[in-house]
Design a protein around this ligand. Structure first.
Ligand SMILES: [Zn+2]
Length: 465
């Protein structure tokens, strides 16, 4: 599996859930004692539970490590989201892991020095060998160097894997990559750098796929364990040939939950439910039923206009119809997944773990234009990339509510208070206009919090479409 942030089922209980994955693993163990369970990166963050505090400490992925330990995960590579949390939190998560961390290209930066990450006092290995009946299977992989935190250092994501292969090529019979790379990077790895790999267990992309690059099979499952890939690998000692049968398995209501893992999952779900109840939310309450796919993946929302954050901007106009336009910073959505079917309060809370209110500000057209240009062009690829409602760029410039923007006219703009306060890169200048803004406590009966606003907006949309 890959990219798992949610320990319990999603889509109103229909899809995913680590206790169901455990049941599948137990079934496979009955078929063959040599079951190897891997998670190809992105598990300690993001999640709503991870943002909460328990016993005086931020949870920060502890819930997931506990569940992965109970499930019996064997090997992981770090994903970019592993470095969302603070250095000391990251070190604690490694120390708590019963599974083996592997990397060829991620290193720890301590006082300016680059050293290997350590688990139980030993450096992370660049590979592990699993032996069955004299046949050695080598696992090794790399991570996309996207999350450039102060405490992390990366070497080349391709060359590091190639160098490890060169070292192992006479030692092992089967070569399996566990990677956290973008799809085209897995293609490059398999096509140009290590075409001798038998299989790549990929991650980072959140939608299932299977490709064949030359002799290399590459698969990724859906995020949050909505599916997992099962690969049955056999090696013929006489011919030296490896055969792989790959099956995408849906993790759904037809699979019972393993009671041992469920107990651990429930412990953390109860902690988070209690915390949500204290904030006045009911996690299981349905907000909307939709056939649409709401795209909250970072690879979409930080790069291009996308339905979920656009609907968020539209929700601001729903509660504040006096505004001429609304802007929303994509970085406030921390879902990194898609939502579909039954959307609950929990889904909205996990999409917007930081919450926060919105402001209404009166700005002159030239300033509005600067905000829009900066937010949609300069900020492509970062959290400050803006999604818009009632603002559109045409060939001859910006239009607000269908009318050409006038530099001297004053517009009322709705936007998150975080952005208004200068919290987003390249938009810091907005804080100079705070005296022209209002921050109401509520909009009629809707509390001024992005989570309440979007829930109110979704509830009144046509349902089931
Ligand atoms: Zn990732």
């Amino acid at each position: 599996m890959n990219d798992v942030y949610e320990i319990a089922p999603v889509e109103g209980g229909k899809a995913g859930g680590m206790a169901r994955v455990a049941t599948l693993r137990n079934r496979l163990l009955e078929e063959n004692p040599h079951v190897i369970t891997t998670l190809s990166g992105d598990f300690v963050s993001p999640s709503l539970i991870g943002t909460l505090t328990y016993q005086g400490e931020k949870i920060a992925g502890k819930q997931m490590v506990e569940v992965m330990n109970a499930l019996g995960v064997d090997y992981v590579v770090p994903g970019n989201h592993e470095y969302d949390i603070k250095e000391d939190e990251h070190l604690k998560r490694i120390a708590e892991s019963d599974f083996q961390w592997i990397t060829t290209n991620c290193f720890h930066k301590v006082d300016g020095k680059i050293v290997p990450w350590e688990q139980n006092g030993k450096p992370f290995p660049d590979h592990v060998i699993y032996s069955i009946d004299g046949v050695d299977i080598a696992f090794f992989g790399s991570t996309v160097p996207f999350n450039k935190k102060e405490y992390v250092s990366y070497t080349d994501k391709y060359e590091s894997v190639k160098a490890t292969y060169e070292k192992l090529k006479d030692e092992a019979e089967v070569f399996i990559g566990i990677t956290h790379l973008e799809e085209d990077m897995d293609d490059s790895l398999a096509t140009y750098f290590v075409p001798e790999l038998d299989l790549i267990l990929g991650g980072h992309d959140h939608v299932n796929m299977k490709h064949q690059y030359g002799d290399v099979i590459m698969t990724k499952a859906d995020a949050n364990a909505k599916t997992v890939y099962v690969h049955r690998v056999s090696y013929n000692k006489a011919t030296g040939k490896t055969t792989i049968q790959s099956e995408l398995v849906s993790i759904d209501e037809t699979i019972a939950e393993d009671p041992t893992v469920k107990k651990v999952v429930d412990k953390w779900v109860n902690i988070s439910n209690e915390s949500m109840a204290n904030m006045g939310y009911q996690p299981d309450e349905i907000v909307m039923v939709t056939k649409d796919t709401l795209d909250g993946r970072e690879s979409s929302i930080r790069y291009k206009p996308t339905n979920y954050p656009i609907m968020t901007a539209e929700s601001f106009l729903f509660v504040a119809p006096e505004a001429d336009l609304a802007i929303f910073n994509s970085g406030s959505i921390r879902l990194d997944d898609i939502l579909t079917g039954t959307i609950t309060e929990y889904d909205i809370l996990r999409s917007f773990p930081f919450g926060g209110g919105i402001s209404l500000v009166d700005l002159q057209g030239d300033v509005v234009e600067r905000v829009l240009e900066t937010g949609t062009i300069t900020n492509i690829g970062i959290g400050g990339y803006l999604q818009l409602a009632n603002a559109e760029k045409r060939n001859d410039g910006w239009y607000i509510k269908g009318e050409k923007l006038s530099a001297s006219k004053t517009y009322k703009m709705a936007l998150p208070q975080f952005v208004m306060g200068g919290g987003e890169a390249n938009l810091e200048f907005l804080k100079n206009y705070q005296n022209q803004s209002q921050n109401p406590d509520s909009f009629k009966e809707v509390k001024n919090d992005v989570r309440d606003i979007i829930m109110a907006y979704f509830r009144q949309l046509p349902q089931g479409n």
